[in-house]
Design a protein around this ligand. Structure first.
Ligand SMILES: *Cc1c(COP(=O)(O)O)cnc(C)c1O
Length: 228
């Protein structure tokens, strides 16, 4: 694992951004074995695991019952997997419709919990990406904020697929702007801006990310063939 080099890059981006606050770190563990995940959890500054599939996370949870850090669902969630997701994950970061928000809140209530969530926004407009559009975000934020058994902690986005640094920064800045507006509209603190992956986390930190999601840089290239 390339932990030290990653930490240096994060710290350097934080100082370039003039930031003294904390950026949280999610080790994106999709396709990784439980042994690899244990190794990551041993890094003192790894705060979360990020998984994008309910089934895969469920299988790993069964043999990793002693994980001490929260697991975040960062992939698109289908309605029929919502119950399982609420059972397995500590947070759902990919809320992208009012229907899903209603369903998650109902299920969380049935399971006697308050579920922390993020709203995923499609800031790049790429069709392949999930997430609510920036236009529909404010209404969704109101809906999520009013659900009895959800706690809206912030926003998540996946940056555009491009080498154009300005375009990447624009997408991340857009997420920050939506969060700022939503804070004044709802009165919520919305502390989490989840943006930045292996290829663009420095740009994200410069635009105010408070949670980066890193897979490849930490674990190496992904191999989907043996995926649980
Ligand atoms: C896979 C994934 C990541 C991590 O991507 P890397 O490029 O491997 O760091 C981050 N966020 C989401 C939503 C992902 O699906």
């Amino acid at each position: 694992m390339n932990a030290e080099a990653i930490r240096e890059r994060i710290d350097s981006a934080m100082s370039r951004a003039g930031r003294k606050d904390k950026v949280y770190f999610a080790a994106v563990s999709k396709t990784r074995t439980v042994d690899e995940m244990r190794e990551a959890e041993n890094i003192s500054w790894v705060d979360f695991f990020g998984e994008n599939r309910v089934q895969e996370a469920e299988a790993k949870r069964k043999s990793y019952t002693d994980s001490r850090i929260p697991w975040r669902l960062i992939g698109h969630l289908q309605a029929n997997k919502a119950r399982k997701a609420v059972e397995i994950f500590d947070t759902v970061d990919s809320v992208d419709s009012p229907e899903l928000a209603h369903r998650l809140s109902r299920i969380a209530g049935e399971l006697g919990k308050i579920l922390p969530v993020l709203i995923e926004v499609n800031t790049s407009g790429e069709d392949s990406k999930s997430g609510v559009s920036p236009e529909n975000f404010p209404a969704l934020a109101d809906t999520v904020a009013s659900q009895e058994n959800l706690r809206l902690d912030g926003l998540m986005t996946v940056g555009p697929i491009t080498d154009d640094e300005r375009e990447i920064r624009r997408a991340f800045a857009a997420l920050r702007g939506l969060a700022e507006n939503a804070r004044s509209e709802t009165g919520l603190a919305l502390p989490i801006l989840s943006m930045g992956m292996s290829g663009d986390f420095e740009a994200a930190i410069l635009e105010g990310s408070t949670l980066i999601r890193i897979g490849t840089l930490l674990f190496g290239p992904r191999d989907y063939s043996g995926r649980p």
